[in-house]
Each structure stands twice: as C-alpha cells, then as structure tokens.
Design a protein around this ligand. Structure first.
Ligand code: NAD
Length: 476
C-alpha cells in the first residue's frame, strides 16, 4: 500500500465501518435498540504488554485478545501477526467472527487476537518465544481453553504458530483431556483436521461458484453462467489467496493478475498459479514471472479489466478514492473488510455484485469447527464408517452386476466402492455449508427486498443471534 493510501486506511475506524453495515441491516428489522447495542458491542477486550528477550535486548510486545460475543461459547477467531495490529482492528475482526459464525451455523461467539510484530522481520526463534509468552498470558487471564476461547490462524500466522500455542497450553494444563481443542488450524500430525489449511480459499471458491450459477445475477452484470473462462484477479497470495487462486484455476477460470506486496503480475491469457508459486519460492518475488507484465504499483492491479476480483490480503483496500476505477463485475471478499462503506455505496451504484466477507471467508471457521469437534470426540472423521460403507457398496455393486449381467469397469468400480475419508467428509461439509449459506442470504435478499448481499447477510446473522439470546432467556 502506498504511504498516501496507507494513511487514508489508518485514519479509518474499521469498527465504525462494520457498525455502519450492521445499522443498515437493523433498519430491515424491528429489534429493540438496547438489544442491537448489546449485539454490536465487544464483551471483553484484553490488551496486554509483555517483555521478551530478543538478542541482548528486552522488547515490550503489544498484543490483544478480544471476545466480541459470549452469546455462544467458546469464542472463536484467528490470531493476526502484523505491525499494523491495533485495538480497533482486533475488535472489528472479532465482531466479524460473531456475524460470520451465525451465518454458517457454527455455534461460537466471535473473537480475535493480534500481536503487533512484523513476522517477515522477526526470526522464527523469536516468533516462537512471543507466541508461547502470548499463550501463557491468555492462560493467566482465562482467555483460552476448549470451552472458553479457541484461537486459529489469520494473517501472518499458520500451522506452526498454532502448534506452539497448543504445546504451551498443554504443558500449563496438565491432565486436560481436551487440550487439543484449545486451538484449531494445527498440523494434522498434532490433532489438526485434513482440509483446514485450504478451507478458507476453498470456501471462497464454492461461494463464488454458486453465485456464478445464478442466471439472474449473471444477467444483471452481463456475464454468462458458470466459472469457466471468467477472468479473475487475486490480491494476496498467502493462505487464503493462494488456495482460492488454485481452485479457480482448476475450475477453468483465467487468473489474469496476481498482486503481492512488492507488485503485481499480469497476463491477459492467464497465469499458471503453481508455476507462479515455484517462481516466488525461487526468486523471493512474484515479479518477473515469464510471459507476464510487471505492475509496480500493486494497488493498480485492483483496477485492471476482469470479471471477478478477489481481495485476499488486508482490509480497506477498496476505498472511495479507487472504487470508481474498479472494473470487476463481481468482488469476492476473501479478506476481512476489504471494501469500505463509501466504496460499497459507489460500487453498488455501478451494479457491482459484492459477496461479503461475513459469508464468503467463513470456510476457515467452518472447518475449524470440524477440527474442534474432532478433538473433543478424540476420533478421526471416517474411522467408524469408511470400512462399513466400502462393504455395503461392494455388496450393492455385486447385486447390480448380477442383475444386469454386466461387469462395471474396474476404475469406475474403485470410485464407487471407496468409503469416505476425513478429507472427503470435511470438504463435503464445507461445500454444503457454503452453498446453503449463499442461498439463505440470497432468499432473504429477495423476500425482504434488501438492497444487496452484504445487508442481507447481516440481517440473517442478526436474526440468528437474536434467536440464541431468546433461547438463553436473556431477552425474553
Ligand atoms: P497470509 O498472511 O497467509 O497472507 C496474506 C498475503 O497478503 C501475504 O502473502 C502478504 O504478502 C500479502 N499482502 C500483504 N499486503 C499486501 C498488499 N498491499 N498487496 C498485495 N498483497 C499483500 O494471510 P491469510 O491467512 O491468507 O489472510 C488474508 C486475509 O484473509 C486476511 O484479511 C484475513 O483476516 C482473512 N481471513 C483469513 C482466514 C484464514 O483461515 N487464514 C480466514 C478468514 C479470513
């Protein structure tokens, strides 16, 4: 982000952006003001400073954990490592988690954590020290635990950090039989679930694929139905962006541009995502990728000609100063809060379809929920039913072959016989969640004549949160 745009984004209260979106949705509902205030406000904000010895110096680290809502427990949300981390940002991301979980029927309250460090500069050894100390601070204040608050990866963190958190929690909670469920996004070898790493990107893909199946919506933006041949731009090639890019590419979409911190690359005929990653690993940058054009000002990549734009890096990247220059017909919010409310209005007037973050990037928390359930049940998905399904399928096929007097080709047979593995069940659960979520939002938008998908998503979410408050008897 250029310095000028950086300060524009910094000056913004991210939390007030989300409140604006919430308030727009509340106008479609008749809910008491006090109750709306309760849903909006953060239940607990823990700001901490702790010392860590880095080299010969003591460095004081600023960090946060925010629990936005206790209407369902545990709270759930990722931990972000970035030099831009601040209280407003963590509060907003925690609030988004509450709304997101409600939309996809994941029974958690929203939370988020953040540590103000630059993981690109700090050594792995020091990141480990900081992560472990942060975890022990959370334990001290009862801000982590399988039934209290369960962190996960976010910007700047991944499996490595989650396994340090788990190890620290385990060593400070002897005898805690459910300790594995204190954090999700762990490596599979340490209680993680297959399919978590790519879950957010895959969820983004499922959500956009579903939208592209809708004749009415595609007609409204002058596009054909289906993903095949659609031109896609992706900003941020991290966990979410990389996997989303791979799934779009595999489905026949044309990735015309990819944007990273150092710049962007463009090829109107399409970029091969796995080759770009190989190039990135070899050279340390996506720039100078063969047969592509470099774009030095990375933000300009957002303004290139395309059908679908996927911001998958950070918040506030599409704002009132560049919204008018955006040419995409569909924006899929893979990142949290990439479009400011002003930009949202401008793009809405231009007829751009925006698929909102509180639905579109919910794949991560959905599969985190599956991981948490796996950890609590102490059994791998598919262990009970895989062999049983295979035996049943074998018998069924034998009956079919005998009654039809025809042999099924061996390759087809293998496909049909196979019982479900953990990855199959996780992906099927994720696909079902994303498709159902999309239709619930779309149906609500139509039935209540709501102006756009974001407002409809907030309406759906608020209704679900109210339901759970009523079930708890808190607001009879
Ligand atoms: P990540 O750290 O794995 O990747 C982020 C990528 O964005 C990095 O490659 C980074 O170099 C790049 N980037 C940073 N600034 C950029 C810029 N100005 N232009 C282009 N690229 C830039 O993070 P992630 O986990 O992929 O998260 C990305 C976004 O998705 C965040 O908004 C996060 O909150 C959201 N999200 C993540 C998850 C998850 O499961 N990881 C779930 C839901 C939402």
């Amino acid at each position: 982000m250029s310095k000028k745009n950086q300060s524009k984004a910094d000056a913004y209260s991210f939390f007030s952006c989300i409140e604006k979106n919430f308030d727009k949705a509340a106008r479609h509902l008749s809910i008491k003001k006090g109750l709306l205030e309760q849903i909006k406000s953060c239940n607990a904000v823990y700001r901490m400073h702790f010392p860590v010895k880095i080299g010969k110096e003591i460095q004081v680290i600023e960090a946060y954990r925010v629990q936005h809502s206790h209407h369902k427990l545990p709270c759930k949300g990722g931990i972000r490592y970035s030099i831009k981390v601040n209280q407003d940002e963590v509060m907003t991301l925690a609030a988004l988690m509450t709304y997101k979980c409600a939309i996809v029927d994941v029974p958690f309250g929203g939370a988020k954590g953040g540590i103000k460090i630059d993981p690109q500069i700090v050594s792995a050894e020091n990141i480990e020290k900081i992560t472990r100390r942060y975890t022990s601070e959370l334990i001290k204040k009862n801000f982590i635990g399988p039934g209290i608050d369960v962190p996960a990866p976010d910007y700047g963190t991944g499996e490595r950090e989650m396994s340090w958190i788990f190890d620290t929690f385990l060593s400070l909670s002897p005898g805690e039989v459910d300790a594995l469920a204190c954090v999700t996004g762990k490596p599979v070898s340490q209680g993680g679930v297959r399919g978590r790493k790519e879950a957010t990107g895959l969820g983004v893909f499922y959500g956009i694929r579903e939208l592209c199946k809708m004749k009415e919506e595609m007609l409204s933006v002058g596009l054909d139905v289906g993903l095949n041949g659609k031109k896609v731009i992706i900003q941020g090639l991290g966990n979410v962006g990389y996997h989303a890019a791979t799934f779009f590419h595999e489905a026949g979409a044309i990735i015309v541009a990819l944007a990273e911190r150092e710049g962007a690359i463009y090829n109107k005929k399409g970029l091969n995502v796995s080759n770009v990653i190989l190039h990135l690993k070899k050279t340390g940058s996506i720039l100078n990728f063969p047969e592509s054009k470099n774009i030095e000002d990375t933000e300009k990549a957002l303004e290139l000609e395309c059908d679908i734009l996927i911001p998958a890096a950070l918040e506030n990247v599409i704002h009132k100063h560049n919204a008018n220059r955006i040419k995409a017909k569909i924006i899929g919010e893979a990142a949290n809060g990439p479009v400011t409310p002003e930009a949202d209005d401008i793009l809405g007037k231009k007829g751009v379809l925006i698929v909102p973050d509180i639905y579109l990037n919910a794949g991560g928390v959905t599969v985190s929920y599956f991981e948490w359930l796996k950890n609590l049940s102490h059994v791998r998905y598919g262990r009970m039913e895989k062999r049983f399904s295979e035996n049943m399928n074998t018998e069924l096929l034998q009956v079919i072959e005998t009654s039809c007097r025809k042999k099924i080709p061996i390759e087809e047979k293998k496909m049909i016989l196979r019982g479900p593995r953990e990855i199959d069940l996780v992906r099927s659960g994720l696909e079902d969640t994303m498709i159902n979520g999309f239709h619930k939002i779309r149906d609500l938008k139509k039935s209540l004549k709501i102006e756009n998908l974001r407002t409809a998503a907030f309406v759906l979410s608020i209704n679900k949160i109210i339901d759970s408050y009523e079930k708890l008897g808190i607001f009879p």
